[in-house]
Design a protein around this ligand. Structure first.
Ligand code: COA
Length: 492
């Protein structure tokens, strides 16, 4: 409702009443009865209590629902209440209407006060008053219900200044829609909004597009200078006071459909392997030290008979000599969810398993590199790749502005700078396999995104060949993934 001048007011002339006065009178009477019954009720239609959907608490409400739910709770606690008010000579209703008139007069200062009084107390107008626990009116909406045309025209809407921006305006509009839908049987609201109010009305579901047939409203509602005519359609099956339940039900329905095609909601137990291995290794190491008789005093004590008998204790076994002291690999297939995600044991058989074995220029048997040697080697390899002339397209992540659709196509991006960060973390590249998988991904992504005749595609092939050559001279790989470091050959 604009803070402006009223051009004409058809509501006061005969066009506003039904063509059949007798029928019109009956309709008015029905609505008056229904309304006066509601006026006796402690509050408006209120929130739905049949919220079976609430049982499924895994759907968290959005900001809108949270605010509405908080106000619903306040309604249930009796802190606030909404009243459907008519000028039906009920003294309490008259008190509410005076309160509303005062708020509208203050919040809509450009609106002639006499005009506000006239409409608020007009018996054809309905109001929804927002009350505090002590009965003070802190906001409200007044609308004229055109029952024959099944639409209402919102004349005034305001919340007292110190109570604004707390969600009351939204809840008030939802309550008003519910009263209008259920008591007045209206299907549409129309209003002329001034520039300041258009934003508020848009957030309440009003649009500038008027779908109501022109003949149903033209000539019935007041015309305003500078106002924007806006419309809100009220769906007959939507309970506007229980919107959080509705939204939750919709989110659940959506979630159910997503669950049909995705397992992302399944949370599997975490891995115990590493903790268990730590405990097992600690126990095994302690036992070995004890058996060797050279560890702690406790170890010496546990060494038992050998030490007591005066014989010299044997050297304690180490990870090199005793397989029980080596950390056991985690079987991938035992990780919860891995098989369900499509993994199968044959997948690990693809291609030779690459492990870094130090060859020391053929001076002795190749041994698997420890973490330090692996890290140094990977640093050397990465520096080498970055230093190659052909590596320039792969050194940094692809920028969206350079290739806007890149991340739509490449779902698992990789670049040398990312690998550098991972390498700096230490521990990320625990094996050469993990590192080479990232490196291959750089090339595979490039060949997936670019056509074979592009410079990028060709550079990916060229760089990969150079990497392979570098690896072939320094890395030995095992032919058989199940082996313990025996069969080794030149890397790819
Ligand atoms: N323009 C744009 N958006 C507005 C707005 C305005 N004038 N007034 C409120 N909003 C927004 C709020 O920021 C809020 O947005 P969010 O849902 O994204 O958080 C939303 O509308 C509703 O806010 P809410 O707290 O529920 O409303 P409120 O209690 O502040 O009441 C009015 C809103 C318009 C009733 C209140 O500001 C008022 O009384 N204004 C003076 C009278 C007036 O202009 N009435 C309208 C014409 S009759």
């Amino acid at each position: 409702m604009p803070n402006g001048e009223v051009k004409n007011e058809p509501g006061s002339d005969s066009t506003a009443v039904a063509s059949n006065p007798q029928q019109s009178g009956q309709v008015e009477e029905q609505h008056r009865t229904a309304a006066s019954q509601l006026v006796q009720e402690p509050a408006g239609p209120g929130p739905s209590s049949s919220a079976a959907a609430r049982d499924r608490t895994y759907i968290t409400p959005g900001a809108y629902s949270q605010r509405e739910e908080a106000l619903i709770k306040r309604e249930q606690d009796g802190d606030i209440a909404f009243r459907y008010v008519l000028n039906n000579d009920d003294p309490q209703n008259l008190i509410y209407l005076v309160g509303l008139k005062n708020i509208f007069s203050k919040q809509l200062p450009n609106m002639p006060k006499e005009y506000i009084v006239r409409l608020v107390f007009d018996r054809r107008h309905r109001s929804v008053a927002l009350l505090k626990r002590n009965g003070t009116v802190i906001g409200g909406i007044t609308y004229r219900a055109f029952h024959e045309q099944a639409f209402g025209e919102i004349a005034f809407c305001a919340v007292t200044s110190h109570e604004q921006v707390k969600g009351y305006g939204t809840r008030l509009m939802n309550q008003t829609k519910e009263f209008a839908r259920t008591v007045d049987r209206l299907t549409h609201f129309l209003t002329y909004a001034d520039n300041n109010a258009v934003g508020y009305f848009e957030k309440q579901g009003f649009t500038r597009e008027i779908t109501l047939e022109r003949e149903r409203w033209q000539g019935y509602i007041k015309d305003y200078d500078g106002g924007t005519l806006m419309e809100c359609v009220m769906h007959p099956r939507i309970s506007y006071t229980a919107l959080p339940d509705l939204i939750r039900t919709q989110r659940l329905a959506l979630d159910d459909r997503i669950r049909e095609v995705s397992n992302s909601h399944v949370v599997r137990p975490g891995l115990r392997h590493f903790q268990e291995e730590d405990a097992r290794l600690a126990a095994a190491t302690a036992a070995a030290a004890a058996a060797g008789g050279k560890g702690s005093a406790a170890g010496a004590a546990q060494a038992g008979d050998a030490a007591a008998g005066g014989t010299e204790a044997a050297a304690a076994p180490t990870a090199d000599t005793d397989p029980a002291l080596r950390r056991r690999m985690l079987d991938i297939g035992s990780i919860p969810g891995v098989r369900e995600a499509g993994w199968s044991p044959d997948m690990v058989q693809q291609g030779p398993r690459v492990r870094l074995l130090l060859d020391e220029a053929g001076a002795g048997p190749a041994v698997e590199a420890g973490p330090e040697a692996l890290h140094s080697f990977l640093r050397l390899l990465l520096e080498h790749v970055k230093g190659l002339e052909d590596s320039w397209p792969f050194r940094e992540r692809v920028a969206v502005q350079d290739a806007p659709d890149y991340y739509d196509i490449i779902k698992d991006p990789m670049a040398l700078d990312v690998m550098e960060e991972r390498l700096a973390c230490r521990g990320y590249y625990a094996t050469l396999d993990i590192f080479t998988a990232d490196l291959r991904r750089v090339f595979d992504n490039c060949r997936l995104y670019n056509a074979p005749d592009t410079i990028y595609y060709k550079l990916a092939n060229k760089l990969e060949a150079q990497v392979n050559t570098f690896m072939a001279h320094r890395v030995l790989y095992e032919e058989d993934s199940g082996g313990g470091g025996g069969q080794a050959g030149a890397g790819r």
